[in-house]
Design a protein around this ligand. Structure first.
Ligand SMILES: Nc1ncnc2c1ncn2[C@@H]1O[C@H](COP(=O)(O)OP(=O)(O)OP(=O)(O)O)[C@@H](O)[C@H]1O
Ligand SMILES: [Mg+2]
Length: 307
């Protein structure tokens, strides 16, 4: 993985920007990479069957070079927030800025996405997939092959450039998706449960690799996960969502330098933070489950009325 150093070795991020122990009140971060201000988002209109209030009055600053994890109950609006940050959805109210630029649509030169499914073209080799990504982004032709090689080296897949996605394991496909995003050389990576479909051991190893990458680059990463352990292992800060309509309930800081070592996972500090996260999430998961139980109750009430 020393290719990683060559490809992405840049100054360590200025972690002094981190604000310790952010609680319910979200302090502003000077020179933030991403600013989310009072964002609410609803799908459909009130009265329509598909009407959902997904996000409510959410504000958050993400520092340059930090890895921020979003965690919360299913359906609380994490992906919606990620899509709003990346300009894929325009929020119903509120605003997002990237650096000093207001986000009004996709910003392919600043932001790359990685999703749970690798979204590689199955009929193209890994190398061709990388080249295509750069072609869509408008990278000059003369740079594409070199960048593709460096990015594949950075994720340890240089020997698999000529393989097709179906010839790789799930973990390798996610590495390839990461390489494709890295080749775009954006400052920001938005990752929506990128390791969610993988087994625990594979995701642990990929998490370690991502932590190495972060220590060698000044990328800003927003990472959605359902795994408490993954959040504590990877994040500089973890933003915990409330049940839908989602808003940030609390942000906790994980004060541990990158690259994180496997030993961190067995430390008392890791377990304390994981327990703290579990405590914060538990109540919200209960609320979100009682929301989804409503239709069943309505059915039961109707059944009682019929009898
Ligand atoms: N395109 C859409 N049209 C209508 N409703 C949507 C759309 N996308 C999301 N929603 C609704 O908005 C709410 C939030 O969805 P979102 O995908 O952001 O949740 P999430 O926190 O990412 O959940 P999960 O953890 O299950 O991925 C859900 O109730 C979902 O049904
Ligand atoms: Mg989601």
């Amino acid at each position: 993985m020393d290719g990683a150093a060559a490809a992405f070795s840049v100054i360590l991020p200025d972690r002094a920007l981190r604000i310790e122990n952010l609680g319910m009140t979200q302090a502003a971060i000077p020179d933030a990479a991403i600013r989310v201000r009072n964002v609410s988002h609803q799908f459909g209109e009130v009265g329509e069957a598909r009407h959902v209030r997904a996000l409510l009055n959410t504000s958050l600053d993400i520092a340059r070079g930090e890895l921020l994890c979003l965690i919360g109950p299913s359906g609380c609006g994490k992906s919606t927030l990620l899509n709003v940050m990346g300009g894929l959805f325009t929020p119903t109210t509120g605003a997002v800025t990237v650096g000093t630029t207001p986000v009004h649509g996709p910003m392919p030169h600043d932001i790359a996405f990685i999703f749970q499914e690798s979204a590689l073209f199955p009929w193209n080799t890994i190398f061709e997939n990388m080249i295509l990504g750069m072609t869509f982004q408008g990278v000059p032709k003369s740079e594409r092959e070199d960048r593709a090689r460096r990015a594949l080296e950075a994720v340890g897949l240089d020997e698999f450039a000529a393989h097709y996605p179906s010839q790789l394991s799930g973990g390798m496909r996610q590495r390839a998706a990461l390489a494709r995003a890295l080749s775009l050389e954006t400052q920001i990576l938005l990752m929506d449960e990128p390791f969610g479909a993988l087994d625990e051991q594979t995701r642990m190893v990929l998490g370690e690799d991502l932590s190495v990458l972060l220590s060698r680059s000044k990328k800003t990463i927003v990472f959605v996960t359902h795994s408490l352990g993954e959040a504590v292992f990877l994040a500089d800060r973890v933003a915990v969502f409330s049940a839908r309509p989602g808003t940030i309930k609390e942000v906790i800081t994980v004060d541990e330098p990158h690259p994180r070592k496997p030993e961190f996972m067995t430390s008392a500090k890791f377990h304390r933070l994981r327990d703290q996260l579990y405590g914060l999430l538990h109540e919200e998961i209960r609320k979100s489950m009682s929301q989804s139980a409503k239709p069943k109750r309505a059915y039961e009430d109707q059944a009682k009325g019929d009898s």
